[in-house]
Design a protein around this ligand. Structure first.
Ligand code: SAM
Length: 223
């Protein structure tokens, strides 16, 4: 499944980038940026694609950005469009960073390509990698996109069958809260005629829920 998805994104990197300009992301960027309590910081963007327009927005505001993607072709274009971004060619489920590194983490239109049973483990890493008061923003698929409250399967996108996976919003919120996040906003947005749920979370200043008492995330914990 991953090889196919990676190959598909390699295949349509060029046209994807052209079409991306048709999506007006201004409101998404501005509302997340307004939440951040630092002027300049470090952003980790997971599934960064070609880096336009999202990471470019941060770099133009003086942020340092690390972008992770498993599509080589997407990263080649990223180094052309956003040469300031440090790119890491890896699967977002496998990449590792030191704890407490980032003021912000984003996963824009990427997390829904990862099996939902792996989401809690990834959110747990978000928590670990964020600084206290750090924030994360991600796009989540829901029934408004897939037609089902929970989904694990294939949908057509730009003429190809792509893998998508998600839980119900309630299960997602329960996972996030169990991991210690504050849920800051949950917005259904229609961008380019696609409705997704945009979720912003923050890591508390004091890690009350994070530690020995906190249940470890497993695939079963959120089922
Ligand atoms: C729909 S594109 C979004 C790209 C970019 N975030 C944007 O908003 O333009 C999804 C990106 O996620 C990447 N991706 C999907 N699953 C991934 C995974 N498991 N590890 C790394 N990258 C992944 C794809 O290669 C692709 O570049």
């Amino acid at each position: 499944m991953d090889i196919t998805l990676r190959e598909i994104y390699d295949g349509f990197a060029e046209t994807y980038e052209e079409n991306r300009g048709l999506f007006d992301m201004t409101e998404v960027f501005n509302s997340f940026y307004a939440r951040l309590e630092v002027e300049k910081g470090k952003l980790l963007d997971l599934g960064c694609g070609v880096g336009e327009p999202f990471t470019r927005f941060f770099i133009d505001r003086g942020w340092t950005v690390k972008g992770v993607d498993f599509s080589e072709r997407m990263l080649e274009l990223a180094s052309k469009y956003v040469p300031e971004m440090q790119t890491i060619h890896a699967d977002i489920r496998e990449v590792e960073f030191e704890p407490g590194q980032f003021e912000a983490i984003t996963a824009i239109y990427s997390l829904f390509h990862v099996p939902s049973n792996d989401h809690a483990a990834l959110f747990d890493k978000f928590y670990k990698w964020l600084l206290p008061k750090g924030k994360a923003l991600f796009t989540y698929a829901t029934k408004e996109y897939t037609g089902s409250n929970e989904f694990d399967g294939y949908k057509e996108f730009m003429g190809k069958k792509l893998y998508y996976s998600h839980k119900s919003p309630d299960k997602l919120y329960a996972d996030l809260e169990r991991l210690g996040f504050n849920i800051e906003s949950t917005d259904y947005r229609n961008i380019g005629n696609e409705i997704f749920l945009w979720v912003a979370v923050s890591k508390p200043m004091i890690e009350v829920a994070h530690g020995a008492n906190r249940p470890l995330p497993t695939a079963e914990s959120s089922v």
